[in-house]
Design a protein around this ligand. Structure first.
Ligand SMILES: Cc1cc2nc3c(=O)[nH]c(=O)nc-3n(C[C@H](O)[C@H](O)[C@H](O)COP(=O)(O)O)c2cc1C
Length: 181
């Protein structure tokens, strides 16, 4: 079962990228393969840029999504909402209108933040947006990783036991949900 993934932080040492790396490593134990679609080369969306030609980075990411059974969004939370880089990527991938790889494709969410609520507000904001794409959104398990600076070691390895267990539970449950579809 192939899952494409978008990471909403482009930061060196990102906790969300570290969480996605942990998910990629554990996925095969749960019958999943997670492949990241790189959004780091996406320009800021404008219909002028789009009219001049869809950027190669966008076309490449779109192909990854199209080959997958599900899109996994690994999202930071910025100002109690979704982070701009990931919203920008979604705006690109929503095009052309009516022919987006996001329409109807099952979607799953996880995220890490240094705060107490572990991206729950950003995840809820994404859920509201996904209504537009008519997507089934995975809800059997949640992964909201709080106080991220304590959860990873200096190499970006997930070390906090409760989150290692949460990630396993999440991936097992995601595999079951996708398998039953
Ligand atoms: C512009 C900005 C806004 C932020 N807003 C929130 C927030 O609303 N809630 C929260 O829990 N953390 C917030 N943070 C802290 C992030 O959780 C933290 O920077 C985290 O490390 C970002 O994810 P990353 O490590 O993957 O880059 C914010 C950080 C930035 C830079």
């Amino acid at each position: 079962m192939l899952v494409s993934a978008l990471c909403g932080s482009l930061r060196t040492g990102s906790f969300n990228q570290a969480l996605l790396n942990a998910a990629i490593a554990k996925a095969p134990e749960h019958g999943l393969e997670i492949v990241q679609a790189d959004i780091s080369g996406f320009p800021v969306f404008s219909q002028d840029v789009e009219a001049a030609g869809v950027p190669v980075a966008v076309t490449a990411a779109r192909a990854v999504l199209e080959s997958s059974s599900c899109v996994l969004m690994v999202t930071p939370e910025y100002n109690h909402g979704v982070p701009g880089a990931l919203k920008n990527a979604v705006d690109w991938l929503s095009r052309p209108y009516g022919d987006s790889p996001l329409i109807g494709r099952p979607m799953a969410l996880m995220g890490a933040s240094t705060g107490y609520y572990g991206t729950i507000r950003a995840q809820l904001a994404w859920r509201q947006m996904w209504y537009f794409f008519k997507c089934p959104v995975f809800s059997d398990s949640e992964l909201t990783l709080a106080f991220a600076a304590k959860a990873f070691d200096e190499n970006g390895t997930l070390v906090e036991e409760r989150y290692i267990q949460s990630l396993d539970k999440y991936l097992e449950s995601l595999g079951g949900w996708l398998g039953a579809r």
